[in-house]
Design a protein around this ligand. Structure first.
Ligand SMILES: NC(=O)c1ccc[n+]([C@@H]2O[C@H](COP(=O)([O-])OP(=O)(O)OC[C@H]3O[C@@H](n4cnc5c(N)ncnc54)[C@H](OP(=O)(O)O)[C@@H]3O)[C@@H](O)[C@H]2O)c1
Length: 286
């Protein structure tokens, strides 16, 4: 089985490398920005054709959520038009496609966990480009699997967990938003779920939701990081209004994971268990 992974140096791409590199039954091509420049849409299908993959895991994206507000054209090219090219390639060449999307396709005002058929209404420019990307993927290649995820972190790359560790080490006091509710996703768990789907017997196209289990605020997440890491820093809960950002963020974007669990029997670990695992890895790397 030949698998091509886009965004190989990103959080998810790096976790996929860790899992897939040791699997002898799979021939994997991990492509970074230089090998597959997604902003050059005209050459994407030619590059993919050089590898003839059976499956593409499309983990690359323009993920600078705030910057997307001032770079909407580039964000659209990378998240929408490049995804469309990849889906067209897959359809024309009989390859399977797993593409990753986001909770930001919703307006963030729900008060119950979001199922895959909840109405979409992107909360910001990044969310809009990702929604157009997932719609293009399913239009050109309806058997594709689109997985929406949220609050992704890993030992690789930059993310909330690593920022919190740095700030809590440097400062005596920090402030963290407590009125945005969701669930984090350890990229290693998502990578394992993707590999389990690929290895499973049933391939059922469509949209799925995946994050870790649980429902917390960013403040709760920061407090848990402090506890597990044994740091000594005061954390003040603040409302979103006290931390304005160029891109709007959802008040509530908890993803309902029933469909992915039911369809593919994938495991969805609890957020705290996964945070402990990630922080143990951070500590052993120090
Ligand atoms: N991070 C989150 O909190 C979050 C939340 C919801 C959904 N998602 C989605 O989950 C997926 C994985 O996210 P992640 O956290 O692993 O993202 P990430 O760490 O930011 O990685 C994104 C990857 O995309 C690559 N990329 C960006 N622009 C590119 C371009 N023009 N051409 C080629 N490659 C390009 C980056 O390359 P460089 O390494 O060279 O920059 C990077 O390797 C994405 O689809 C993202 O939209 C993420």
């Amino acid at each position: 089985m030949k698998i091509l992974i886009t965004g190989s140096n990103g959080q998810l791409g790096s976790e996929l490398q860790d899992i897939l590199k040791s699997q002898a039954d799979k021939e994997c091509y991990f492509l970074d920005r230089k090998q597959l420049p997604l902003d050059q849409t005209l050459i994407i299908q030619d590059i993919l054709g050089m590898y003839q993959p059976d499956i593409i895991i499309h983990a690359a994206a323009y993920t600078a959520v705030d910057k997307a507000e001032s770079e909407p054209v580039l964000a659209d090219i990378v998240n929408h038009l490049a995804s469309e090219e990849i889906a067209q390639y897959c359809r024309l060449n009989g390859a399977k496609l797993i593409a990753i999307s986001t909770d930001y396709v919703f307006d963030g005002n729900s008060d119950t966990a979001l199922t895959e058929d909840a109405p979409v209404d992107p909360i910001n420019t990044y969310g809009l480009t990702k929604l157009k990307g997932e719609q293009a993927v399913l239009k050109w290649h309806p058997e594709s699997i689109v997985i929406r995820t949220s609050w992704v972190y890993s030992t690789y790359g930059n993310n909330f967990v690593k920022t919190m560790i740095r700030l809590m080490t440097e400062r005596e006091e920090i402030s963290v938003i407590d009125d945005q509710i969701g669930s984090p996703t350890y990229a290693k768990d998502l990578a394992q779920a993707i590999v389990d789907i690929i290895e499973g017997e049933d391939w059922v196209g469509g949209v799925y939701h995946y994050s870790n289990e649980g429902e917390i605020s960013w403040y709760d997440f920061a407090v848990a990081i402090r506890e597990i890491k044994g740091l000594d820093c005061r954390i003040n809960p603040i409302p979103t209004a006290q931390y304005p950002t160029p891109a709007k963020r959802p008040k509530y974007s908890l993803l309902d994971k029933s469909k992915i669990k039911r369809t593919f029997k994938v495991e969805v670990p609890d957020w705290r268990t996964s945070l402990q695992a990630m922080l143990a890895k951070v500590t052993s790397n120090e």
